[in-house]
Design a protein around this ligand. Structure first.
Ligand SMILES: C[S@@+](CC[C@H](N)C(=O)[O-])C[C@H]1O[C@@H](n2cnc3c(N)ncnc32)[C@H](O)[C@@H]1O
Ligand SMILES: Nc1nc2[nH]cc(C(=O)O)c2c(=O)[nH]1
Ligand code: SF4
Ligand SMILES: [Mg+2]
Length: 206
């Protein structure tokens, strides 16, 4: 049966924090991150496995999320997780938009696209195939390179996004020593691809 994103009054919130977008097109931009709990994609190298079990995290209403957000001087929000598209994000994005926030999402695309977004970062995974609704919505495709086969995987997904979608290759953090050089060579040979580094990890910020 097709997966239907959960509609609920409350969302599991692992953390809300103010930092600098470390990855992709908006790298360097101050942003408030809202990390939702819950993910069943199961990436072996996931750098936030503590997010996976939604029951480990407190549930917040949208109004409670808004109160948390009001303490920050920044109107750019990055909704991440966990896998945020496990939840129907229509109501959340409508309320946040009406409060003047710019809304970005970080998603594996494993579930149907919900919500209205100013920026969609789509990072497809081998561990669970993306939902077809996500390709046409992506502003950037960010493929993680863990081994050489990931270049082919990246190209297969790049063939299905829109022409204007930005293309990024990002080394898997634990393999960055080996893979970054290969990514540099690949981008130089296929200049439609750009490099994304997890700059927040080099800067030692969240
Ligand atoms: C933790 S995920 C949460 C959002 C969503 N579940 C997803 O995977 O896109 C945020 C971003 O970090 C990337 N990421 C996760 N673990 C990583 C790692 N070990 N090295 C590099 N990037 C990683 C993901 O591909 C994604 O682009
Ligand atoms: N600084 C910073 N930038 C990020 N970009 C995407 C992140 C994520 O985990 O979704 C992330 C994160 O965790 N921290
Ligand atoms: S989809 Fe995202 S949160 Fe889920 S396991 Fe993969 S990297 Fe981690
Ligand atoms: Mg992260």
């Amino acid at each position: 049966m097709a997966f239907v994103p959960k509609i609920s009054e409350k969302l599991p919130i692992m953390e809300i924090f103010y930092s600098i977008q470390g990855e992709g097109f908006h790298s360097g931009k101050p942003a408030v991150f809202v990390r939702l709990g819950g993910c069943d994609v199961g990436c072996v190298w996931c750098d936030v496995k503590e997010s996976w079990n939604e029951e480990d995290h407190p549930f917040f209403t949208i109004d409670e999320i808004l109160v948390e957000l009001s303490q920050y001087p920044c109107k750019t929000l990055i909704i991440t997780g966990g896998e945020p598209l496990m939840y129907d994000l229509k109501e959340l994005t409508e309320k946040l938009k009406s409060e003047g926030y710019q809304l970005h999402i970080e998603t594996s695309g494993a579930y149907p696209m919900t919500g209205t977004w100013d920026w969609v970062c789509f990072s497809p995974k081998k561990f669970k195939a993306p939902h077809k609704s996500v390709y046409s919505q992506a502003h950037e495709l960010k493929a993680i390179v863990f081994n050489k086969s990931d270049f082919k995987f990246a190209e297969e997904h790049a063939a299905n996004v829109e022409e204007k979608c930005m293309l990024y290759l990002q080394p898997e953090w634990g393999k960055a020593d080996q893979m970054t050089e290969k990514i540099i060579d690949y981008a130089k040979a296929h200049p439609q691809w750009n490099i994304s580094l997890q700059t927040h990890k080099y800067l030692n910020i969240p």
